[in-house]
Ligand binder design. Structure first.
Ligand code: TGC
Ligand code: FAD
Length: 391
């Protein structure tokens, strides 16, 4: 049967036509960078459990970090261009998008939004170039979904702050120059920019991960850490300030995971077109085509959802509930796609020589961090019913 022509993968619905020339140009540049600079060594880093620290400066030079911020040498791209960059980074590995999310959305954004001029002058340009590395410490061992129960304390000692507590799962922790620590004060939750070499600050690498192996994850102990008054982010008042930073990072995830899903799909489709079983190509079997059709739909839906969120963000109309819908929907879709692609690859799919299992394992983390899947379903549930069901 002759079928009408559709745009081939990875743009089945010809979504690139909805992008501006500039957005398509930035997308192409990011893709080239990722293919040339990041792809060649990712499998080795994943196997070794290491993050290529030197890549951060190269990502910074290529304007892939904090690219939706302006001033301080930052390009001030629109939110869709920013999202496309996140997609290209995660097409290689969630570790790169994660690193850029933390640095750009969870450290640079809060400095830009809540920081003093001195904090902006000290950090923004260096972080944007990748010559300094930042991390974000909100989660504590007793339960990441409920940051309102945090136990880390910051005491106001008149001319300085004294911070004590335990944080966990700090991405970039062992690599960083500065960590943004969220702590409870007598006046509510506040954010503090803490240089990593401050006495009393100790990062310990979290090893033996089976997911996001190429990302640096750490525990953080704060033992009577003395910080100047100027370390506090002056405009960050309450837990809502920390959660607002998460909106930015979660937006990047909505785009990023589509890159991971596309990478898996691409690999599985090529494999199915080559693999010969029962005297036929694997791609000729109806059940395989059914899987490919379902995944083509899920990817197209994810692309459109991300694009719509980008339009809303560009218009200043993006709400936390929109981000929660996108995060839970696109991560679940990407995880299901990665698992289906692993199945299509058969036993070869469990090898690190293919990308699919690596992406599937990474997406297990993405399902959990930045608000678990169910936390985001609860946020959406609260929006549509007007009733909170968190506790
Ligand atoms: P709740 O009482 O609802 O809210 C406290 C205050 O925060 C405000 N708020 C938000 N503001 C902006 N954006 C949001 N998304 C917000 N959600 C809530 C809220 O209006 C309130 O403000 P105010 O002025 O009235 O005080 O807080 P709750 O304690 O009941 O919790 C709500 C819940 C569960 C949704 C929230 O705690 C939550 O999001 N939990 C998940 C925590 C999380 O996502 N942690 C992520 C840690 S960072 C990370 O994972 C990085 S991974 C690396 C990478 O990104 O790659
Ligand atoms: P818990 O909060 O203990 O949740 C366990 C289960 O309970 C989940 O299924 C959850 O959905 C469910 N649950 C929780 N509350 C409810 C409820 N009210 N109703 C129904 N079900 C519920 N954090 C940072 O601060 N900075 C980082 O840079 C960072 N990077 C990370 C990197 C990695 C690799 C990982 C794995 C995590 C990272 N995190 C980071 C932590 C992450 O944000 C938390 O893991 C996440 O918020 C969930 O917290 P938790 O793991 O303590 O799970």
């Amino acid at each position: 049967m002759k079928t009408p022509h559709c745009h081939p993968y990875p743009d089945y619905m010809n979504i690139s036509e909805l992008l501006t020339e500039e957005q398509n140009r930035l997308l192409g540049e990011a893709r080239r960078f990722v293919e040339e600079e990041l792809e060649p060594s990712i499998a080795d880093h994943y196997e070794a459990g290491t993050f290529p620290k030197e890549a951060i400066a190269r990502m910074g030079e290529a304007h892939l970090i904090g690219s939706n911020l302006a001033g301080y040498g930052l390009p001030g791209y629109d939110e869709i261009s920013y999202g496309l960059i996140m997609r290209e980074l995660e097409r290689c590995d969630s570790a790169f998008r994660s690193c850029a999310s933390v640095q750009g959305s969870l450290v640079m954004y809060p400095i830009a939004k809540y920081g003093s001029d001195e904090q902006k002058d000290t950090w923004l340009e260096r972080l944007g170039k990748g010559s300094a590395i930042g991390s974000f410490a909100l989660t504590e061992p007793q339960g990441g979904s409920d940051p309102g129960s945090m136990e880390t304390r910051a005491e106001d000692r008149g001319d300085h702050w004294l911070l004590s507590g335990e944080k966990r799962w700090v991405t970039n922790g062992t690599l960083c120059d500065v960590v943004l620590v969220w702590a409870r004060t007598d006046d509510g939750v506040r954010g503090f920019l803490c240089p990593a070499d401050t006495p009393g600050v100790k990062f310990r690498s979290i090893n033996r991960k089976l997911s996001l192996r190429a990302s640096a994850s750490a525990e953080l102990s704060l033992d009577q850490v003395k910080l100047p008054k100027s370390a506090e982010l002056p405009a960050a008042r309450g837990l809502g300030a920390a959660l607002n930073c998460l909106n930015q990072a979660r937006y990047g995830i909505v785009w990023g995971v589509i890159g991971a899903a596309e990478a898996c799909y691409d690999e599985a489709l090529s494999y199915a077109q080559e693999r010969q079983l029962f005297q036929k190509k694997l791609s000729q079997f109806q059940m395989v085509q059914g899987k490919l059709a379902d995944m083509t739909l899920a990817i197209s839906q994810g692309q459109l959802l991300a694009l719509r969120l980008g339009q809303l963000k560009n218009a200043g109309q993006l709400l936390p509930g929109h981000v929660s819908l996108g995060k839970q929907g696109n991560v679940k879709a990407a995880l299901e796609i990665a698992r289906t692609c692993r199945d299509i690859l058969g036993a070869n799919g469990v090898l690190l020589d293919y990308k699919t299992m690596r992406h599937a394992c990474n997406l297990e983390t993405v399902f959990t961090y930045e608000g678990t899947h169910d936390i985001h379903r609860l946020v959406v549930g609260q929006q549509v019913t007007g009733k909170g069901a968190f506790s």
